[in-house]
Design a protein around this ligand. Structure first.
Ligand SMILES: Cc1cc2nc3c(=O)[nH]c(=O)nc-3n(C[C@H](O)[C@H](O)[C@H](O)COP(=O)(O)OP(=O)(O)OC[C@H]3O[C@@H](n4cnc5c(N)ncnc54)[C@H](O)[C@@H]3O)c2cc1C
Length: 489
Protein backbone atom coordinates (compact mmCIF):
# COMPACT_ATOMS: atom_id res chain seq x y z
CA UNK A 1 0.00 0.00 0.00
CA UNK A 2 1.17 3.53 -0.77
CA UNK A 3 2.51 5.54 2.14
CA UNK A 4 0.52 8.70 2.83
CA UNK A 5 1.84 12.26 3.17
CA UNK A 6 -0.16 15.22 4.45
CA UNK A 7 1.32 18.54 3.33
CA UNK A 8 0.48 21.79 5.12
CA UNK A 9 0.15 24.82 2.81
CA UNK A 10 0.05 25.27 -0.96
CA UNK A 11 2.84 27.80 -1.63
CA UNK A 12 5.51 27.06 -4.23
CA UNK A 13 7.49 24.85 -1.84
CA UNK A 14 4.52 22.69 -0.82
CA UNK A 15 3.28 22.34 -4.39
CA UNK A 16 6.76 21.38 -5.61
CA UNK A 17 7.17 18.86 -2.78
CA UNK A 18 3.77 17.36 -3.59
CA UNK A 19 4.78 16.73 -7.21
CA UNK A 20 8.08 15.04 -6.32
CA UNK A 21 6.44 12.92 -3.60
CA UNK A 22 3.54 11.85 -5.82
CA UNK A 23 6.00 10.94 -8.56
CA UNK A 24 7.96 8.87 -6.03
CA UNK A 25 4.82 6.86 -5.27
CA UNK A 26 3.38 8.51 -2.17
CA UNK A 27 -0.31 9.23 -1.70
CA UNK A 28 -0.24 13.02 -1.18
CA UNK A 29 -2.84 15.44 0.20
CA UNK A 30 -2.30 19.20 0.48
CA UNK A 31 -4.17 21.20 3.16
CA UNK A 32 -4.37 24.95 2.48
CA UNK A 33 -5.96 27.30 5.00
CA UNK A 34 -6.99 29.90 2.41
CA UNK A 35 -9.75 29.63 -0.18
CA UNK A 36 -7.21 29.70 -3.03
CA UNK A 37 -3.83 28.04 -3.44
CA UNK A 38 -0.43 29.67 -4.00
CA UNK A 39 0.36 31.16 -0.59
CA UNK A 40 2.32 34.37 -0.96
CA UNK A 41 2.04 34.02 -4.73
CA UNK A 42 -1.75 34.31 -4.90
CA UNK A 43 -3.55 36.54 -7.36
CA UNK A 44 -6.01 39.42 -6.99
CA UNK A 45 -8.51 40.12 -9.76
CA UNK A 46 -10.80 43.13 -9.68
CA UNK A 47 -12.80 45.05 -12.28
CA UNK A 48 -10.90 43.46 -15.15
CA UNK A 49 -7.45 44.01 -13.57
CA UNK A 50 -5.12 41.17 -12.54
CA UNK A 51 -2.40 41.57 -9.91
CA UNK A 52 0.16 39.19 -8.48
CA UNK A 53 -0.23 39.64 -4.72
CA UNK A 54 3.38 38.58 -4.02
CA UNK A 55 6.20 37.71 -6.43
CA UNK A 56 6.44 39.64 -9.70
CA UNK A 57 10.08 39.06 -10.77
CA UNK A 58 10.60 35.78 -12.63
CA UNK A 59 14.35 35.24 -12.30
CA UNK A 60 16.51 32.13 -12.81
CA UNK A 61 14.44 30.56 -15.60
CA UNK A 62 16.79 27.56 -15.53
CA UNK A 63 15.47 26.58 -12.08
CA UNK A 64 11.88 26.53 -13.37
CA UNK A 65 13.02 24.51 -16.42
CA UNK A 66 14.86 22.05 -14.21
CA UNK A 67 11.74 21.66 -12.05
CA UNK A 68 9.43 20.88 -14.97
CA UNK A 69 12.08 18.72 -16.68
CA UNK A 70 12.09 16.49 -13.59
CA UNK A 71 8.57 15.53 -14.70
CA UNK A 72 9.42 15.34 -18.42
CA UNK A 73 7.64 18.65 -18.94
CA UNK A 74 8.72 22.17 -19.77
CA UNK A 75 7.37 25.57 -18.67
CA UNK A 76 5.96 26.20 -22.17
CA UNK A 77 3.68 23.16 -21.71
CA UNK A 78 1.84 25.31 -19.16
CA UNK A 79 2.53 29.04 -19.62
CA UNK A 80 3.96 31.57 -22.09
CA UNK A 81 7.14 33.26 -20.94
CA UNK A 82 8.45 36.56 -22.25
CA UNK A 83 11.90 38.04 -21.62
CA UNK A 84 11.31 41.66 -20.66
CA UNK A 85 13.10 44.46 -22.46
CA UNK A 86 13.84 46.65 -20.70
CA UNK A 87 14.16 44.43 -17.66
CA UNK A 88 13.54 47.42 -15.37
CA UNK A 89 14.40 51.04 -14.75
CA UNK A 90 15.67 52.79 -11.64
CA UNK A 91 14.73 56.36 -10.71
CA UNK A 92 17.24 58.53 -8.86
CA UNK A 93 15.47 61.89 -9.24
CA UNK A 94 12.92 63.78 -11.29
CA UNK A 95 12.99 62.49 -14.88
CA UNK A 96 16.34 60.96 -13.96
CA UNK A 97 16.58 57.20 -14.34
CA UNK A 98 18.80 54.40 -15.61
CA UNK A 99 17.27 51.71 -17.78
CA UNK A 100 18.51 48.13 -17.53
CA UNK A 101 17.97 46.38 -20.82
CA UNK A 102 17.85 42.70 -21.67
CA UNK A 103 21.47 41.85 -22.49
CA UNK A 104 24.77 42.35 -20.71
CA UNK A 105 26.18 44.14 -23.77
CA UNK A 106 23.42 46.77 -23.62
CA UNK A 107 23.78 47.10 -19.84
CA UNK A 108 27.52 47.68 -20.26
CA UNK A 109 26.76 50.62 -22.56
CA UNK A 110 24.42 52.10 -19.93
CA UNK A 111 27.12 51.67 -17.25
CA UNK A 112 29.79 53.26 -19.42
CA UNK A 113 27.56 56.32 -19.92
CA UNK A 114 27.40 56.76 -16.15
CA UNK A 115 31.04 56.07 -15.31
CA UNK A 116 33.84 55.79 -17.82
CA UNK A 117 35.64 52.45 -17.45
CA UNK A 118 32.78 50.86 -15.51
CA UNK A 119 31.83 48.42 -18.29
CA UNK A 120 35.16 46.64 -17.93
CA UNK A 121 34.67 46.34 -14.17
CA UNK A 122 31.13 45.14 -14.76
CA UNK A 123 32.42 42.42 -17.05
CA UNK A 124 34.81 41.18 -14.36
CA UNK A 125 32.11 41.40 -11.66
CA UNK A 126 29.61 39.45 -13.76
CA UNK A 127 32.23 36.82 -14.67
CA UNK A 128 32.71 36.10 -10.96
CA UNK A 129 28.95 36.23 -10.44
CA UNK A 130 28.46 33.68 -13.23
CA UNK A 131 31.03 31.33 -11.80
CA UNK A 132 29.26 31.62 -8.40
CA UNK A 133 25.92 30.98 -10.10
CA UNK A 134 27.26 27.83 -11.75
CA UNK A 135 28.45 26.54 -8.39
CA UNK A 136 25.54 27.71 -6.23
CA UNK A 137 22.40 27.35 -8.30
CA UNK A 138 23.42 24.37 -10.38
CA UNK A 139 24.83 22.44 -7.45
CA UNK A 140 25.17 23.78 -3.88
CA UNK A 141 21.56 24.84 -3.29
CA UNK A 142 20.43 21.31 -4.09
CA UNK A 143 22.01 20.14 -0.83
CA UNK A 144 19.69 19.52 2.12
CA UNK A 145 21.57 21.69 4.63
CA UNK A 146 22.38 18.71 6.83
CA UNK A 147 26.12 19.21 7.20
CA UNK A 148 28.71 21.98 6.76
CA UNK A 149 30.63 19.57 4.54
CA UNK A 150 28.04 20.13 1.80
CA UNK A 151 29.61 23.53 1.28
CA UNK A 152 33.13 22.20 1.02
CA UNK A 153 33.97 21.26 -2.54
CA UNK A 154 37.10 21.86 -4.61
CA UNK A 155 35.19 24.69 -6.33
CA UNK A 156 34.08 26.42 -3.12
CA UNK A 157 37.39 26.11 -1.28
CA UNK A 158 39.02 28.52 -3.68
CA UNK A 159 36.14 30.93 -3.07
CA UNK A 160 36.28 30.76 0.73
CA UNK A 161 37.19 34.46 1.01
CA UNK A 162 33.86 35.29 -0.61
CA UNK A 163 32.02 34.02 2.45
CA UNK A 164 33.88 36.49 4.66
CA UNK A 165 33.47 39.63 2.59
CA UNK A 166 30.16 41.15 1.61
CA UNK A 167 28.39 42.38 -1.51
CA UNK A 168 28.45 46.02 -0.49
CA UNK A 169 32.21 46.03 0.09
CA UNK A 170 32.88 44.29 -3.23
CA UNK A 171 30.60 46.53 -5.24
CA UNK A 172 31.87 49.76 -3.68
CA UNK A 173 35.47 48.66 -4.23
CA UNK A 174 34.92 48.47 -7.99
CA UNK A 175 32.25 51.10 -8.62
CA UNK A 176 32.68 54.64 -7.34
CA UNK A 177 29.46 55.84 -8.96
CA UNK A 178 26.79 55.56 -6.25
CA UNK A 179 23.97 54.99 -8.73
CA UNK A 180 25.69 52.02 -10.36
CA UNK A 181 26.64 50.65 -6.96
CA UNK A 182 23.00 50.83 -5.83
CA UNK A 183 21.86 48.96 -8.94
CA UNK A 184 24.40 46.21 -8.28
CA UNK A 185 23.37 46.00 -4.62
CA UNK A 186 19.68 45.64 -5.52
CA UNK A 187 19.48 41.91 -6.50
CA UNK A 188 20.63 40.60 -3.12
CA UNK A 189 17.77 42.47 -1.45
CA UNK A 190 15.69 39.50 -2.63
CA UNK A 191 17.66 37.39 -0.14
CA UNK A 192 16.29 39.47 2.69
CA UNK A 193 19.35 41.13 4.27
CA UNK A 194 21.36 44.31 3.75
CA UNK A 195 24.05 44.05 1.05
CA UNK A 196 26.57 44.73 3.84
CA UNK A 197 25.33 41.59 5.64
CA UNK A 198 25.17 39.38 2.54
CA UNK A 199 28.28 37.32 1.71
CA UNK A 200 30.05 38.20 -1.57
CA UNK A 201 29.38 34.70 -2.84
CA UNK A 202 25.73 35.71 -3.29
CA UNK A 203 26.74 37.87 -6.26
CA UNK A 204 25.23 34.98 -8.22
CA UNK A 205 22.06 37.09 -7.90
CA UNK A 206 23.76 39.69 -10.11
CA UNK A 207 24.30 37.06 -12.78
CA UNK A 208 20.61 36.13 -12.50
CA UNK A 209 19.81 39.81 -13.02
CA UNK A 210 22.22 40.94 -15.77
CA UNK A 211 23.32 37.61 -17.20
CA UNK A 212 20.02 35.71 -17.42
CA UNK A 213 17.48 38.53 -17.37
CA UNK A 214 13.96 39.21 -16.15
CA UNK A 215 11.02 37.23 -17.48
CA UNK A 216 7.27 37.54 -17.28
CA UNK A 217 4.75 34.70 -17.51
CA UNK A 218 1.75 35.92 -19.50
CA UNK A 219 -1.04 36.92 -17.09
CA UNK A 220 1.42 36.93 -14.18
CA UNK A 221 3.35 34.75 -11.77
CA UNK A 222 0.16 33.05 -10.61
CA UNK A 223 0.19 31.15 -13.90
CA UNK A 224 3.21 29.26 -12.54
CA UNK A 225 1.20 28.30 -9.44
CA UNK A 226 -1.62 27.09 -11.70
CA UNK A 227 0.91 25.17 -13.81
CA UNK A 228 2.30 23.32 -10.81
CA UNK A 229 -1.21 22.70 -9.48
CA UNK A 230 -2.09 21.11 -12.85
CA UNK A 231 1.04 18.99 -12.76
CA UNK A 232 0.33 17.95 -9.16
CA UNK A 233 -3.21 16.90 -10.04
CA UNK A 234 -1.91 14.99 -13.08
CA UNK A 235 0.41 13.16 -10.67
CA UNK A 236 -2.51 12.29 -8.39
CA UNK A 237 -2.16 14.87 -5.60
CA UNK A 238 -5.35 15.84 -3.70
CA UNK A 239 -5.64 19.53 -2.83
CA UNK A 240 -7.98 20.74 -0.07
CA UNK A 241 -8.59 24.48 0.35
CA UNK A 242 -10.27 26.21 3.34
CA UNK A 243 -8.48 23.48 5.28
CA UNK A 244 -6.52 25.16 8.06
CA UNK A 245 -4.40 22.79 10.14
CA UNK A 246 -5.11 23.23 13.85
CA UNK A 247 -2.48 20.77 15.09
CA UNK A 248 -0.06 18.04 14.11
CA UNK A 249 -0.74 14.68 15.74
CA UNK A 250 2.32 13.13 17.41
CA UNK A 251 2.29 9.67 18.97
CA UNK A 252 5.33 7.97 20.47
CA UNK A 253 7.57 10.67 19.04
CA UNK A 254 6.31 10.24 15.49
CA UNK A 255 3.99 12.39 13.34
CA UNK A 256 0.77 10.53 12.69
CA UNK A 257 -1.31 13.09 10.84
CA UNK A 258 -2.99 16.47 11.16
CA UNK A 259 -6.21 17.92 12.52
CA UNK A 260 -8.04 20.30 10.18
CA UNK A 261 -11.30 22.03 11.12
CA UNK A 262 -11.59 19.57 14.01
CA UNK A 263 -11.27 16.46 11.80
CA UNK A 264 -8.41 13.94 12.04
CA UNK A 265 -6.47 13.11 8.86
CA UNK A 266 -3.99 10.31 9.54
CA UNK A 267 -0.82 9.97 7.48
CA UNK A 268 2.54 8.23 7.63
CA UNK A 269 4.41 11.48 7.05
CA UNK A 270 3.67 15.19 7.59
CA UNK A 271 5.44 17.90 5.57
CA UNK A 272 4.81 21.55 6.37
CA UNK A 273 5.36 24.38 3.90
CA UNK A 274 3.67 26.87 6.23
CA UNK A 275 5.98 29.34 7.98
CA UNK A 276 8.36 27.27 10.13
CA UNK A 277 7.68 29.18 13.34
CA UNK A 278 3.92 28.74 12.90
CA UNK A 279 4.28 25.02 12.17
CA UNK A 280 6.10 24.52 15.45
CA UNK A 281 3.16 26.12 17.28
CA UNK A 282 0.99 23.30 15.85
CA UNK A 283 3.02 20.93 18.06
CA UNK A 284 2.99 20.46 21.82
CA UNK A 285 5.89 22.37 23.38
CA UNK A 286 8.16 19.35 24.03
CA UNK A 287 8.04 18.51 20.31
CA UNK A 288 9.25 21.95 19.16
CA UNK A 289 12.90 22.28 18.12
CA UNK A 290 13.41 26.02 18.34
CA UNK A 291 12.55 28.36 21.23
CA UNK A 292 10.87 31.76 20.91
CA UNK A 293 14.26 33.19 21.80
CA UNK A 294 15.83 31.42 18.81
CA UNK A 295 13.33 33.04 16.42
CA UNK A 296 13.65 36.45 18.07
CA UNK A 297 17.42 36.46 17.46
CA UNK A 298 17.16 35.58 13.76
CA UNK A 299 17.42 38.16 10.99
CA UNK A 300 14.08 38.06 9.23
CA UNK A 301 13.60 39.30 5.71
CA UNK A 302 11.45 42.42 5.51
CA UNK A 303 7.71 42.65 5.54
CA UNK A 304 6.04 44.98 3.03
CA UNK A 305 3.28 47.46 2.51
CA UNK A 306 1.71 46.74 -0.87
CA UNK A 307 -0.90 48.52 -2.95
CA UNK A 308 -2.73 47.06 -5.94
CA UNK A 309 -4.09 49.96 -7.94
CA UNK A 310 -6.32 50.18 -10.99
CA UNK A 311 -5.66 53.37 -13.00
CA UNK A 312 -8.16 54.72 -15.53
CA UNK A 313 -5.42 55.65 -18.03
CA UNK A 314 -2.07 54.40 -19.32
CA UNK A 315 0.90 55.77 -17.36
CA UNK A 316 4.01 57.27 -18.94
CA UNK A 317 7.73 57.23 -18.04
CA UNK A 318 7.58 53.85 -16.29
CA UNK A 319 8.44 50.28 -17.26
CA UNK A 320 6.96 46.93 -16.30
CA UNK A 321 9.35 46.98 -13.30
CA UNK A 322 10.41 50.37 -11.94
CA UNK A 323 12.47 51.01 -8.80
CA UNK A 324 12.52 54.32 -6.94
CA UNK A 325 15.94 54.78 -5.38
CA UNK A 326 15.75 58.57 -5.10
CA UNK A 327 16.21 58.57 -1.30
CA UNK A 328 19.00 57.29 0.95
CA UNK A 329 18.81 53.48 1.11
CA UNK A 330 21.04 53.37 4.20
CA UNK A 331 18.50 55.32 6.25
CA UNK A 332 15.64 53.12 5.06
CA UNK A 333 17.68 49.94 5.70
CA UNK A 334 18.37 51.11 9.26
CA UNK A 335 14.60 51.40 9.80
CA UNK A 336 14.20 47.81 8.58
CA UNK A 337 17.11 46.05 10.27
CA UNK A 338 18.72 48.13 13.03
CA UNK A 339 16.02 50.27 14.67
CA UNK A 340 12.72 48.93 13.33
CA UNK A 341 10.26 51.71 12.57
CA UNK A 342 8.23 53.06 9.67
CA UNK A 343 10.79 54.77 7.39
CA UNK A 344 10.57 58.53 7.00
CA UNK A 345 11.34 58.46 3.26
CA UNK A 346 11.03 54.94 1.90
CA UNK A 347 12.49 53.51 -1.25
CA UNK A 348 9.78 51.76 -3.17
CA UNK A 349 9.21 49.43 -6.09
CA UNK A 350 6.41 49.67 -8.63
CA UNK A 351 5.26 47.15 -11.19
CA UNK A 352 2.97 47.87 -14.11
CA UNK A 353 2.37 44.43 -15.65
CA UNK A 354 -0.08 45.94 -18.18
CA UNK A 355 2.87 47.79 -19.77
CA UNK A 356 3.86 44.53 -21.46
CA UNK A 357 0.91 42.20 -20.81
CA UNK A 358 -2.44 43.50 -21.98
CA UNK A 359 -4.27 40.63 -20.27
CA UNK A 360 -3.65 42.27 -16.87
CA UNK A 361 -5.75 45.44 -17.35
CA UNK A 362 -8.73 46.60 -19.40
CA UNK A 363 -7.85 48.44 -22.62
CA UNK A 364 -6.50 51.96 -22.08
CA UNK A 365 -6.00 51.33 -18.34
CA UNK A 366 -2.98 50.42 -16.20
CA UNK A 367 -2.51 47.93 -13.38
CA UNK A 368 -0.05 49.17 -10.74
CA UNK A 369 1.56 47.33 -7.84
CA UNK A 370 3.52 49.39 -5.29
CA UNK A 371 5.75 47.85 -2.62
CA UNK A 372 7.51 49.47 0.34
CA UNK A 373 9.82 47.12 2.33
CA UNK A 374 9.21 47.39 6.10
CA UNK A 375 10.61 45.84 9.25
CA UNK A 376 8.64 42.80 10.44
CA UNK A 377 6.82 43.28 13.73
CA UNK A 378 5.79 46.91 13.19
CA UNK A 379 2.36 48.28 14.04
CA UNK A 380 0.06 48.27 11.01
CA UNK A 381 -3.02 50.52 10.88
CA UNK A 382 -5.29 51.77 8.06
CA UNK A 383 -4.14 55.33 8.85
CA UNK A 384 -0.46 54.45 8.42
CA UNK A 385 -1.19 52.68 5.12
CA UNK A 386 -2.97 55.79 3.84
CA UNK A 387 -0.17 58.12 4.93
CA UNK A 388 2.37 55.98 3.07
CA UNK A 389 0.21 55.66 -0.04
CA UNK A 390 0.05 59.43 -0.27
CA UNK A 391 3.78 59.74 0.43
CA UNK A 392 4.81 57.48 -2.43
CA UNK A 393 2.13 58.55 -4.90
CA UNK A 394 3.08 62.22 -4.45
CA UNK A 395 6.72 61.30 -5.06
CA UNK A 396 5.77 59.09 -7.98
CA UNK A 397 3.86 61.97 -9.62
CA UNK A 398 6.78 64.35 -9.17
CA UNK A 399 9.51 61.92 -10.28
CA UNK A 400 7.68 60.64 -13.35
CA UNK A 401 6.09 64.01 -14.26
CA UNK A 402 2.44 62.96 -14.43
CA UNK A 403 -0.78 63.10 -12.46
CA UNK A 404 -2.00 59.71 -11.28
CA UNK A 405 -3.82 60.22 -7.97
CA UNK A 406 -7.01 61.41 -9.56
CA UNK A 407 -6.84 58.50 -12.02
CA UNK A 408 -7.09 55.82 -9.32
CA UNK A 409 -10.19 53.68 -9.90
CA UNK A 410 -9.53 51.58 -6.79
CA UNK A 411 -6.70 50.56 -4.51
CA UNK A 412 -6.33 47.52 -2.30
CA UNK A 413 -3.61 47.27 0.31
CA UNK A 414 -1.76 44.37 1.94
CA UNK A 415 0.55 44.74 4.94
CA UNK A 416 1.85 43.15 8.14
CA UNK A 417 -1.58 42.30 9.60
CA UNK A 418 -2.53 40.54 6.35
CA UNK A 419 0.70 38.52 6.24
CA UNK A 420 -0.11 37.30 9.75
CA UNK A 421 -3.83 36.70 9.13
CA UNK A 422 -3.48 35.10 5.68
CA UNK A 423 -0.22 33.12 6.05
CA UNK A 424 0.43 32.81 9.81
CA UNK A 425 3.65 34.65 9.09
CA UNK A 426 6.09 35.24 11.96
CA UNK A 427 5.90 38.96 12.80
CA UNK A 428 4.29 39.54 9.41
CA UNK A 429 7.46 38.79 7.42
CA UNK A 430 7.01 38.78 3.65
CA UNK A 431 10.05 36.81 2.45
CA UNK A 432 10.93 34.49 5.32
CA UNK A 433 14.35 34.35 6.93
CA UNK A 434 17.24 36.28 5.41
CA UNK A 435 20.29 34.59 3.87
CA UNK A 436 23.12 35.99 6.00
CA UNK A 437 26.40 34.17 6.65
CA UNK A 438 25.08 32.69 9.91
CA UNK A 439 21.73 31.82 8.33
CA UNK A 440 23.01 29.96 5.29
CA UNK A 441 22.67 26.28 4.36
CA UNK A 442 23.23 23.97 7.36
CA UNK A 443 22.79 26.96 9.71
CA UNK A 444 19.12 27.42 8.73
CA UNK A 445 16.17 25.67 10.44
CA UNK A 446 16.25 22.03 9.35
CA UNK A 447 14.15 20.28 6.71
CA UNK A 448 13.71 17.28 8.99
CA UNK A 449 12.51 17.60 12.57
CA UNK A 450 15.15 16.64 15.12
CA UNK A 451 12.42 15.85 17.68
CA UNK A 452 9.53 14.25 15.79
CA UNK A 453 9.96 11.32 13.43
CA UNK A 454 8.26 11.61 10.04
CA UNK A 455 7.84 15.38 10.36
CA UNK A 456 9.46 17.54 7.70
CA UNK A 457 9.57 21.23 6.80
CA UNK A 458 9.95 23.09 3.53
CA UNK A 459 9.71 26.71 2.35
CA UNK A 460 11.39 30.04 2.66
CA UNK A 461 12.37 29.74 6.34
CA UNK A 462 14.40 26.59 5.76
CA UNK A 463 16.90 25.74 2.98
CA UNK A 464 17.84 27.23 0.61
CA UNK A 465 15.94 30.47 1.50
CA UNK A 466 13.58 33.17 0.23
CA UNK A 467 12.33 33.52 -3.35
CA UNK A 468 10.32 31.46 -5.81
CA UNK A 469 13.26 29.48 -7.32
CA UNK A 470 14.55 28.55 -3.82
CA UNK A 471 10.99 27.53 -2.83
CA UNK A 472 10.86 25.12 -5.79
CA UNK A 473 14.25 23.73 -4.78
CA UNK A 474 13.17 23.45 -1.15
CA UNK A 475 10.22 21.31 -2.27
CA UNK A 476 12.59 18.97 -4.11
CA UNK A 477 14.99 18.79 -1.16
CA UNK A 478 12.32 17.86 1.34
CA UNK A 479 10.85 15.24 -1.02
CA UNK A 480 14.33 13.71 -1.44
CA UNK A 481 14.73 13.55 2.36
CA UNK A 482 11.29 11.98 2.84
CA UNK A 483 12.15 9.45 0.17
CA UNK A 484 15.48 8.64 1.78
CA UNK A 485 13.90 8.35 5.22
CA UNK A 486 11.08 6.20 3.86
CA UNK A 487 13.45 3.86 2.04
CA UNK A 488 15.56 3.35 5.15
CA UNK A 489 12.46 2.50 7.27
C1 LIG B 1 5.24 40.82 -1.59
C2 LIG B 1 6.20 39.75 -2.01
C3 LIG B 1 6.97 39.91 -3.15
C4 LIG B 1 7.85 38.90 -3.55
N1 LIG B 1 8.55 39.07 -4.71
C5 LIG B 1 9.25 38.04 -5.21
C6 LIG B 1 9.73 38.09 -6.55
O1 LIG B 1 9.49 39.08 -7.26
N2 LIG B 1 10.43 37.01 -7.02
C7 LIG B 1 10.66 35.91 -6.25
O2 LIG B 1 11.29 34.95 -6.73
N3 LIG B 1 10.19 35.83 -4.97
C8 LIG B 1 9.47 36.86 -4.46
N4 LIG B 1 8.91 36.76 -3.22
C9 LIG B 1 9.21 35.60 -2.39
C10 LIG B 1 8.37 34.38 -2.78
O3 LIG B 1 7.08 34.76 -3.12
C11 LIG B 1 8.34 33.42 -1.61
O4 LIG B 1 9.66 33.12 -1.19
C12 LIG B 1 7.65 32.10 -1.94
O5 LIG B 1 6.45 32.31 -2.64
C13 LIG B 1 7.40 31.37 -0.62
O6 LIG B 1 6.81 30.13 -0.86
P1 LIG B 1 6.61 29.14 0.36
O7 LIG B 1 6.03 27.90 -0.19
O8 LIG B 1 7.85 29.03 1.16
O9 LIG B 1 5.57 29.86 1.38
P2 LIG B 1 4.12 30.47 1.22
O10 LIG B 1 3.85 30.94 -0.14
O11 LIG B 1 3.93 31.42 2.32
O12 LIG B 1 3.17 29.20 1.49
C14 LIG B 1 2.81 28.80 2.78
C15 LIG B 1 1.36 28.35 2.75
O13 LIG B 1 1.00 27.77 3.99
C16 LIG B 1 -0.34 28.14 4.28
N5 LIG B 1 -0.58 27.96 5.71
C17 LIG B 1 -0.06 28.66 6.75
N6 LIG B 1 -0.54 28.16 7.91
C18 LIG B 1 -1.35 27.14 7.61
C19 LIG B 1 -2.13 26.23 8.38
N7 LIG B 1 -2.16 26.26 9.73
N8 LIG B 1 -2.88 25.30 7.73
C20 LIG B 1 -2.88 25.22 6.37
N9 LIG B 1 -2.14 26.06 5.59
C21 LIG B 1 -1.39 26.99 6.21
C22 LIG B 1 -0.39 29.58 3.83
O14 LIG B 1 -1.72 30.02 3.66
C23 LIG B 1 0.39 29.50 2.52
O15 LIG B 1 -0.47 29.19 1.45
C24 LIG B 1 7.99 37.74 -2.78
C25 LIG B 1 7.23 37.56 -1.63
C26 LIG B 1 6.32 38.54 -1.25
C27 LIG B 1 5.48 38.33 -0.04
Amino acid sequence: MKKTVNIIGSGFSSLAASCYLAKAGFDVTIFEKNATIGGRARQLTKEGFTFDIGPTWYWMPDVFERFFNDFNKKPSDYYALEKLNPAYSVYFGKDDFITIEDTLEKIKIAFEKEEAGSSKKLNEFINTAKSNYDIAIKDLVYNPGVSPLELVTPKTIIKLNQFFSNIKRDVRKSFKNDRLAQILEFPVLFLGAKPSDTPSFYSFMNYADFGLGTFHPKNGMYQVILAIEKLAIELGVTIKTNASIDSIIVENGSAKGVISNGKIYNSDIVVSGADYHHTETLLEKPHRQYSENYWRKKTFAPSSLLFYVGFDKKLINVNHHTLFFDVDFNVHAEAIYDHPKWPENPLFYASFPSKTDESTAPEGKEAGIFLIPLAPGLQDTPELREIYFNKIIDRFERLTSQEVKKHVIFKESFCLNDFIKDYNSYKGNAYGMANTLTQTAFLRPKLKSKKVENLFFTGQLTVPGPGVPPALISGKLVADLVNKHHNSN
